[in-house]
Design a protein around this ligand. Structure first.
Ligand code: MLT
Ligand code: ZN
Length: 457
């Protein structure tokens, strides 16, 4: 292995002063947002162009040094931190946002642009970027593409991959692949953006993305609905999905999570009394959807209560009950975050069963459940067990697999779940993954500790 000094000197040849080695400055780049995953790095390198990214990748390839690409560092599975002394390749300086193509309804943005900035740019041009998530202020285009981020509106608009019309990226070979023309129909071979999207920085470093925009509908209505059970709530979700075409989001949270959110944020609860399960629903349309929402909600059986908001600040308050779960749970210490997806028919039973199974493994653990009920994605968060104690992770992920679910719905596999990849993917699928990895990153320098488990020796 080359010395730190050699690595830093070589990187400086590519990006000049944009190699950071001050331990205090680089410390936040070496740990994740939850504090569960902590590593170390000799340097954070901050290229300012795609050409410089390619130069950095080529230099690291020559030196035999591994890289971890990093965007806003909002990942939740340890996939964006240097757990084994890798160099951090920060894309934070790639902040160009092209003018919105108002004819096509598309936008090209650099990897380091925050999701919220893309949303604002789209909104200013009368369009909307459909991917939305609570960390919109820090999560970046590059990171959301690399992880195929989902979020709160997948039900209606699909995940990041569904918005991706083109991409510029640097492969592990150092070659630049750029296809940003934005043609909706373009059947000219392998769809590299679709392949790189969700590959968690293991095949290529995303430097820019061409994104599809959707019409910015002027009217929105948000409601929080209360239920006596998760099964009732999910029954309600099915009714709404069937009867309300303007439905954009159906989110789930439970009484303990809401209580914690209210304690941490100081918000008052939405109802005078607690209910076991809640749905947050959002509808958007060209005309006020409030009446349509009321009619659809009226058809929901076993409803224990509802609050409705049309005015923007009140809508944001209702959203906060759901979106503040992540920060509220983090106040209890680093959580085990198990982002899973279940066949919708099995979701209610799973949600009821998982705390019981967790308790059987670790009676001191607390299970928090919330998520995107409309698409079957539930976030199982467990607080209590030490970060390295994976018994609870194993139990939950095996339970998910037993129901025919997936061990990652939207956060990815990262470092946290790669030992369980076999629960979701067959041997031949994993062999195909490895072949693709070898082709695009022959020396295995890109994010070597994410997604794929070590090769059996
Ligand atoms: C969410 O849906 O709030 C995010 O995926 C974050 C999380 O799971 O904590
Ligand atoms: Zn989520």
């Amino acid at each position: 292995m080359p010395s730190h000094r050699t690595v830093v000197a070589r990187l400086r040849e590519v990006v000049g002063n944009h190699v950071v080695t001050d331990p205090e400055v680089i410390a936040p780049f070496a740990r994740d947002w939850t504090n569960r995953f902590r590593g170390q790095t000799p340097a954070v390198v901050r290229p300012g162009s795609t050409g410089e990214v390619a130069g950095v990748v080529r230099a690291c390839r020559e030196l035999g040094v591994a890289l971890v690409p990093q965007g806003g560092n909002t990942g939740l599975v340890g996939g964006g931190v240097p757990l084994h002394g890798e160099v951090v390749l920060s894309l934070g300086r790639l902040t160009s946002v092209d003018e919105v193509d108002t004819v096509a309804g598309q936008l090209t943005a650099g990897a380091g642009v925050a999701l919220g900035t893309v949303q604002q740019a789209a909104g200013a041009a009368g369009w909307r970027y459909a991917v939305d998530l609570a960390s919109r202020g820090s999560a970046t285009v590059g990171g959301t593409v690399a992880t195929n981020a989902g979020g709160t509106h997948v039900l209606h608009h699909g995940d990041t991959r569904a918005q991706l019309l083109g991409m510029e990226a640097v492969l592990g070979t150092g070659a630049v692949v750029s296809h940003l023309g934005g043609l909706v129909k373009d059947n000219t071979g392998y769809h590299l953006p679709g392949l790189v999207c969700g590959s968690e920085g293991t095949l290529a470093v995303v430097t820019a993305a061409r994104l599809r925009l959707v019409p910015d509908l002027p009217w929105r209505t948000v409601a929080v609905l209360a239920f006596a059970s998760v099964a009732d709530a999910l029954g309600g979700s099915a009714v709404l999905r069937r009867s309300l075409p303007s439905l954009e989001a159906v989110e789930l949270f439970l009484a303990p999570g809401l209580e914690l959110v209210c304690t941490v944020t100081g918000m008052s609860p939405p109802f005078p009394e607690a209910h076991p399960a809640y749905l947050l629903v959002e509808a958007a349309d060209r005309v006020d959807p409030t009446e349509a929402v009321a009619e659809a909600v009226g058809a929901v059986g076993r409803l224990a209560g509802s609050v409705v908001a049309t005015e923007s600040s009140r809508r944001a308050e209702l959203w906060r009950y759901r979106e503040a779960h992540t920060e509220a749970i983090n106040t209890l210490g680093p959580p085990h975050k198990l982002d899973v997806t279940l066949p919708l028919g099995a979701l209610a039973e799973f949600v009821d069963r998982v705390p019981v199974e967790v308790h059987a493994v670790d009676p001191t653990a607390r299970t928090w459940l919330f998520g995107h009920a409309g698409d079957g994605n539930v976030h199982v968060n467990v607080t209590g067990p030490a970060p390295g104690d994976e018994r609870v992770d194993e139990t939950v992920l095996r339970l998910v697999a037993g129901y025919g679910g997936s061990i990652s719905a939207e956060h990815g596999i990262g470092a946290a779940k790669r030992r369980w990849l076999h629960l979701a993917r067959s041997d031949s699928e994993i062999a195909a993954f490895r072949a693709i990895k070898r082709a695009l990153d022959p020396d295995g320098i890109l994010n070597p500790n994410a997604l794929l488990p070590p090769e059996p020796s």
